[in-house]
Ligand binder design. Structure first.
Ligand code: PMT
Length: 403
């Protein structure tokens, strides 16, 4: 069955330059089985034509609240009832404010008020507008009323600025719409995932880090979400787009990662440690830039707390999954880490070779647990994450039933 088979998606398009991407979004929803009807604001019509959206959706596009002919065919209340999900994409700062106060002076906002369908908002705006506290506040209120928010992404904007505010890709929106309907193998559970590298500061401008991009951890967070879990992602510095429907705590150093994990782990059923946490940090981090000299400079490093081992040692610990990044003797070292850290499962991958491991789009894993091993063949990190999540769900069930 396709992801959105027999699902009706009402797409509300508002007046952002990103509206030009709407035909692609309509096409992607239809590709995965959904039906799409489009409602546009009058400003959206400045950026994409109703004719184009009618052609790709196969339905007449609505924009006027008082169109007697259109209301006779399917009135705004019927549209509100028809929708299994409402997607506001792109959502301008103005439209977000309107939804927050319940202003219903255009067809889309009136439908939002009249519908019981879940609403997904995909913001798109200039990066400065995005950082204005009013936008964040409005979205927080909408989230507290049960609406979902996806994005925005970061990068070069149409206005020439660089920063957060770009509409996320159509595929990401489609995944978020699917997630509104899914009850998967991890439904009802909370999963915490760590991702990305950490930075251990030598002085204000230099740090020790590694090549982790966060792709594997983000893929796992997305796969756990798709499987129906509530997900908390604790992420070191990455350039990846934020994930919809996932509570994300951004950290920089291993100390911050440890604090974020320990303050939020209590409610987690499953802990997946994908982050490449620095094993050591400089004993002292200089307050100002260390000056160049002619002498040899010695730096004393002290070990960081092993976050994964610390979680596994908790009374009432969650099901713990570690990763082992190795350049040699993969199986030997992974099995040793499984034992030493007293964790329930470990996914081992080779790093240091092109094509897998750090910063690649693909990976392959050998997964070990007590008396068990399974090889997950090379594939995209997203697909691999889905396979690992299936394995975790099976082992978690045994773990939970033996408690
Ligand atoms: O981010 P990507 O570019 O997609 O790359 C993915 C990855 C290669 C980073 C990922 O697949 C991976 O292997 N992550 C673990 C990296 C690592 O730190 O491995 P390790 O063998 O050094 O650590 C073993 C385990 O202990 C890991 O689960 C790690 O998160 C955890 N650990 C390590 C040190 C520490 N102080 N605290 C920890 O929790």
């Amino acid at each position: 069955m396709k992801r959105l088979e027999q699902k009706n998606c009402l797409l509300i398009v508002t007046g952002s330059i990103a509206a030009y991407k709407t035909p692609e979004l309509v096409r992607r929803i239809i590709e995965v089985g959904g039906s799409v009807r489009v409602v546009m604001t009058s400003s959206a019509e400045q950026f994409v034509t109703a004719l184009t959206l009618q052609a790709v959706s196969g339905f007449e596009v609505r924009s006027d609240m008082f169109d007697v002919k259109a209301e006779a065919a399917m009135g705004h209340i019927e549209l509100a009832r028809w929708a299994d999900a409402i997607v506001v994409s792109p959502a301008t700062a103005d439209y977000i404010a309107k939804l927050r106060i319940g202003h219903a002076n255009d067809l889309g906002s009136a439908i939002c008020l009249a519908s019981e369908a879940p609403v997904l908002i995909a913001p798109a705006m200039n990066q400065k507008m995005w950082t204005d506290p009013s936008v964040g506040e409005n979205l927080e209120v909408l989230k507290s009323r049960g609406m979902s928010v996806i994005g925005p992404g970061s990068g070069l904007q149409a206005c020439g600025d660089i920063g957060l505010g770009r509409l996320v890709e159509a595929e990401v929106i489609v995944s978020a719409v699917s997630a509104l309907f899914e009850r998967g193998i991890l439904a009802g559970l909370e999963v915490m995932v760590t991702a990305g590298p950490t930075r251990e500061y030598i002085d204000p401008v230099r740090y020790i880090t590694n090549h982790s991009s966060g792709k594997m951890g983000f893929a796992l967070a997305r796969a756990a979400r798709e499987a129906g879990a509530r997900v908390v992602l604790v992420s070191g510095p990455t350039t990846l787009d934020p994930l919809p429907g996932i509570k994300t705590i951004n950290v920089v150093s291993s100390g911050e990662m440890r604090d974020a994990v320990s303050s939020n782990i209590k409610s987690a059923d499953i802990f997946i440690a994908t982050a490449a946490v620095a094993d050591y940090r400089p004993e002292k981090s200089a307050l100002s830039k260390v000056k160049r000299g002619t002498d040899v400079l010695n730096m004393r490093l002290v070990p960081n707390v092993d976050i994964l081992a610390e979680v596994a040692a908790l009374n009432d610990a969650p099901f713990t999954v570690g990763f082992a990044a190795e350049t040699e003797k993969l199986e030997l070292f992974a099995a040793e880490k499984l034992k030493r850290k007293k964790i329930d499962m470990i996914a081992a991958n080779l790093v240091g070779e092109p094509g897998t491991g750090f910063d690649s789009d693909d990976n392959e894993l050998t997964v070990f647990w007590d008396k068990g091993v399974k090889k997950l063949e090379r594939q995209s990190k997203q697909q691999l994450a889905r396979e690992l999540v299936k394995l975790v769900a099976i082992r978690y069930d045994l773990f939970a039933s033996s408690r």
